[in-house]
Design a binder for this molecule. Sequence first.
Ligand code: 13P
Ligand code: SF4
Length: 311
Amino acid sequence: NPVGTDLIAEINRLRKERNAVILAHYYQRPELQDLADFVGDSLELSRKAAETDAEVIAFCGVKFMAETAKILSPNKIVVLPDMEAGCSLEDSCPPEKFAAFRERHPDHIALTYINCSTEVKALSDIIVTSSSAETILSQIPADQKIIFGPDRHLGGYLSRKFNREMLLWPGVCIVHEAFSERELLKLKAEHPDAPVAAHPECPPHIIDHADYVGSTSGILNFAKTFPGDTLIVATEPHIIHQMEKALPEKTFIGAPGADGNCNCNICPYMALNTLEKLYVALRDLQPRIEIEEGLRLKAKQSLDRMLEMAS
Ligand code: 13P
Ligand code: SF4
């Protein structure tokens, strides 16, 4: 196998040869973000996947994101460099249990975070991402009862912000759950003028200290516009790569976990993708996402609703 710069040259050769587009999430390793044709948040990546005229989508992200790309672009080959790149939120919500929960609450609609399996999407009414959830929730009549899953922190955040009760599925993101309030307060004391930007997957004891709460693209925009020179970032720290590229004169500090540094907040699933695995995926067009057509069409309904309501 080629190494180093050869590897990048080979990926670039294969990208052309295969007519492939490389999409990457902000939580990917910097070298994958730098190689990608497009880097974005979950909603932007879904839109790109739906629009692209490439024949192959190489998805540097996690499995639910690559599956979303396949649901929206069924005629494209979608490869994920490492098929083990899952998500703790998806794992928390097995489809049979979610179906049973829905059956117990027949008067509720299911508003579901995109971080879930294709099967759970097929059991849902409307999908949301963290950047589209507020716009979408504001369009749902006040008397409509809602189940929100699988992220209880995002659901709790929306519920508090909109003063709207929702039945919450008890899932969490292990990455955002790992931030330590005690360590964050210490860091804030060291940098009294630095604002805190947090992702809504964070638990309330972290959100309560945030000056800005939003999706990865929202946090990135905040980083580009806040007036100070130091920002504390309470989300997966690989996003700091984009901030440092855009604003090299400013300082971005990842919010700490209990050990006092931000390394424990690296998403272990996102980190599975590497340059080597991307090269192999483009070379072999494997591992490939395949979804049974009936399931795909059901899941597409809730995703299409998101794309309509989010715009
Ligand atoms: P967004 O990029 O939509 O904010 O999602 C964050 C996330 O945790 C993806 O797994
Ligand atoms: Fe899932 Fe959290 Fe990793 Fe995103 S950061 S893929 S929500 S475990």
